[in-house]
Design a protein around this ligand. Structure first.
Ligand code: NAD
Length: 286
């Protein structure tokens, strides 16, 4: 059990579950979301502003939509009177340059930053199998270790500099996004020649076309018609765009990335905010 109060900002699909995990792990928690207390986990104290989080917590965890919002909240933490904040753990997917600039901004006031994006979905967060990949200085990483352990049982430090974990997260989401888009086209093709979706998935999962799309997203959300993975197409389009921007900055290969980014941007523009597994009906035209 920990006695030190942890702050949490951003109680959306992912943040609400991560915040609840911290409470269950024994961390006293103060939470805040721009939309109010509706998703504040039982056992936490909801506070009405980011400044109030800063006054009460030494370590603040963020789960926010993108780098612009993370930077805005970081500035609010910095501007708070009587702030106790020493470390910020950002679990949001913000991209490489944003992670670096937010870390620099916080460092000016002596606040440590741990770049800690997550992968494994809302279901994985609930099951504590979510991967928390993180990067930061030895000092910052060791000081927030207990908080990271509260978030999930699966954690891996991937580097010392903020942005390194973002790079790995973007590579992961590029692969996940591409596999889901490609599987949607492949399954639509199979259906068009009279194959059955369940049979296709069964065979693909014992064959070389297997991926998280075929063994998780399709069986759980497409085949069942649930379409409730808890991750929006807008966030996935953001991630693939951030990946592509980062690759362009690095001078790396972009051919598949450009196609994947265009597919996800088209889907997000056509059905903004839809669950990302709905890419199948979007692709199949059904
Ligand atoms: P979400 O849109 O459901 O939640 C974001 C929350 O942030 C909302 O509740 C919103 O009200 C709040 N917010 C926005 N601006 C704010 C502000 N200025 N101050 C306080 N609160 C503010 O998004 P999500 O699905 O929970 O994802 C959060 C982050 O985690 C994103 O960066 C996403 O890419 C990443 N992520 C999500 C998943 C997933 O499965 N949902 C998986 C991996 C990574």
């Amino acid at each position: 059990m920990s006695e030190q109060t942890v702050g949490f900002v951003g109680l959306g699909n992912m943040g609400a579950v991560l915040a609840a995990n911290l409470v269950h792990a024994g961390h006293p928690l103060v939470s805040h979301d721009a939309l109010g207390p509706a998703r504040s986990p039982e056992g936490s104290v909801y506070v009405p502003s980011v400044a109030e989080v800063a006054r009460r917590a030494e370590v603040v965890v963020l789960s926010l939509p993108d780098g612009t919002v993370s930077e805005k909240v970081a500035r609010e933490l910095l501007a708070a009177d009587e702030s106790r904040v020493r470390y910020v753990v950002d679990t949001s997917t913000v991209g490489v340059p944003a992670a670096r600039s937010i870390a620099d901004l916080l460092a000016e006031e002596g606040i440590g930053h741990v770049d800690a994006p997550v992968s494994g979905g809302v279901a994985g967060a609930r099951a504590r199998t979510l991967t928390v990949m993180y990067a930061g200085t030895d000092e910052a990483c060791s000081r927030v270790e207990g908080v990271l352990a509260g978030l999930s049982d699966r954690r891996r430090r991937v580097g010392e500099r903020p942005g390194m974990a973002q790079a790995l997260k973007l590579a992961n989401n590029f692969l996940a996004a591409t596999a889901l888009a490609a599987t949607s086209e492949a399954v639509a093709f199979g259906l068009s020649v009279g194959l059955d979706m369940a049979t296709m998935l069964d065979v693909l999962n014992g064959s070389s076309g297997r991926s998280a799309a075929t063994d998780d997203k399709f069986p759980r959300h497409v085949l069942t018609g649930r379409y409730a993975a808890g991750f929006t197409n807008s966030l996935m389009a953001k991630d693939v765009r951030l990946y592509l921007d980062a690759i362009v900055d690095q001078g790396g290969p972009v051919s598949v990335g450009q196609v994947a980014a265009a597919v996800w941007e088209d889907f997000a523009a056509a059905e903004p905010g839809a669950d990302f597994t709905r890419i199948f009906p979007f692709t199949a035209g059904s």
